[in-house]
Ligand binder design. Structure first.
Ligand code: GAP
Length: 456
């Protein structure tokens, strides 16, 4: 059937209450998106599934919810104030600001890797290949300069008393700065992990690709604190764990691949991404990083607080190493939607669009649909019963075929239909989204079928 394009996905998301353009009635605001009633449920389910796997079901893993606004020394220690920047240049004609590395990647299609090029080399490449501004088509650029990606704000009640602070560009530092508090309060023994799900902000300029790269997004990060000797084993373990999580929530293995980083940070021992085959090609979905003792050592240096951990068995003292696993909730949401979307031709030539979401991720687990409007009174008590247990939709308007299509489009895995037999024998028909098969079952059985489908 027709290939999924980003335009098609954006239109579906808008039309079905999944994702809307941010501040739309004011003409929008670049790279911001609002999650609608259906989208917020899917995204919450993604975050819940991730938390279940990486906190609830992971031994020695602890959650945290740190403040977005942190002492600005945190960002000096992490290196973000000095070097969290992108190479950007301005089009002299239309004044659009562009990332030089993104333009080169789009043109070179893998022939060169801008991550390994200096600003001068990128500038030469752009001039030699006459790369034009995607907005106005001219090739007249300012020199490339590094622009810090952190959003600045200030705190203080009077103008004279203002201190520069930042909206956090990653959640990871909230895990690092709480290492000591969590280790002590939870009596945690290394190796242990700290996980966090929360908002991060980056002043990104790359346009397009929907929620792939936005200026405000959520990250789901897990830091594994360990001994240096164990860090390679944890790195391999987290690669496998991250991949298994994606497979278990419904991704096809052929749409995922590992990609080692071409360039490592000076402190890193290994780093890779898992990439997903998005409609625009293979792109990063998440990162896994063996970061050595860099993070805690830097916080030790900048805060003056000792980050030494004492092994309770042999008294050995060391600054723990970190293996980081980091994934964007919005970027995963985009991949989940792309993976789930399909179109099927039905008998008679009609096409149905379906979001084949894992039931655990679907916004509504079930929709209650009276076959006819005059069965609404009989259907309402069932809706009341099911909604106590599951996110349940109710729809009695329009033909039953159209109501099924609507639920298919938002990924509801089951529809329960009330008909005249229900009045006689308290049975319902349960229809499965993916194969459209219907079964007549008792209400208890319907609940059991729904419940069992939700396991990840
Ligand atoms: N603490 C490590 C870190 O932040 P990163 O590779 O910059 O590493 C981790 O980000 C993940 O966060 C990415 O793999 C991606 O899923 C997501 N992410 C990063 N920047 C993003 C953006 N501007 N919009 C949406 N998601 C983003």
């Amino acid at each position: 059937m027709n290939k999924l394009t980003m335009d098609k996905l954006v239109a579906l998301c808008k039309g079905r209450g999944i994702i809307f353009a941010g501040s739309e009635i004011y003409g929008g605001m670049g790279n911001t998106w609002d999650y609608g009633p259906v989208g917020v449920e899917i995204k919450n389910n993604i975050k819940r599934a991730w938390w279940k796997r990486f906190v609830q079901e992971s031994e020695n893993s602890f959650g945290v919810d740190a403040a977005i606004l942190m002492n600005s020394r945190v960002w000096d220690a992490s290196g973000h104030t000095a070097s969290f920047s992108d190479p950007k240049m301005d089009c002299k004609k239309c004044k659009s600001r562009m990332r030089a590395d993104t333009l080169i990647s789009a043109h070179a299609k893998g022939a060169v890797n801008p991550d390994t090029m200096s600003n001068e080399e990128m500038q030469e490449y752009i001039a030699k290949h006459k790369l034009v501004c995607p907005k106005c088509g001219n090739c007249d650029w300012t020199p490339i300069r590094q622009f810090n990606l952190m959003f600045e704000t200030s705190r203080g009640v009077t103008d004279e008393n203002q201190n520069k602070i930042y909206l956090r560009p990653e959640t990871a530092q909230g895990e690092f700065v709480n290492f000591l508090s969590i280790q002590r309060s939870m009596r945690a023994k290394v190796p242990f992990g700290i996980a966090q799900v929360g908002k991060a902000f980056r002043n990104e300029v790359t346009p397009g690709n929907f929620i792939f790269r936005t200026i405000e997004f959520e990250q789901m990060e897990h830091q594994q604190f360990c001994k240096e000797d164990d860090s390679s084993a944890f790195y391999s373990q987290y690669k496998e764990k991250a991949m298994n999580f994606l497979l278990d929530i419904g991704f096809a293995p052929e749409h995922l691949r590992f990609k080692d980083h071409d360039k490592l940070a000076h402190y890193a021992k290994a780093a890779c991404d898992i990439q997903y085959l998005y409609p625009m090609g293979w792109e990063e979905l998440n990162g896994i990083h063996n970061r050595g003792a860099y993070d805690l050592s830097r916080h030790q240096e900048y805060s003056g607080k000792s980050m030494l951990y004492t092994d309770p068995f042999n008294g050995e003292k060391y600054v723990p190493n970190v293996v980081e696993y980091s994934i964007g909730a919005d970027r995963l949401m985009l991949a989940v939607l792309c993976e789930a979307y399909c179109e099927e031709e039905l008998e008679g030539g009609d096409v149905r669009s379906i979001l084949k979401l894992h039931p655990a991720l679907a916004a509504y687990k079930v929709a209650v649909l009276p076959l006819q409007k005059n069965l609404s009174d009989a259907a309402k008590p069932l809706y009341e019963r099911l909604k106590k247990r599951f996110m349940t939709a109710y729809d009695d308007a329009g033909s039953i075929g159209k109501r099924y299509r609507r639920q298919d489009e938002i990924g509801t895995p089951f529809c329960v239909t009330i008909d005249f037999d229900t009045l006689e024998n308290e049975t319902v028909t349960i229809r499965e989204r993916d194969n459209m098969q219907q079964k007549r079952v008792s209400i208890d059985e319907a609940e059991k079928i729904i419940e069992e489908s939700l396991r990840v």
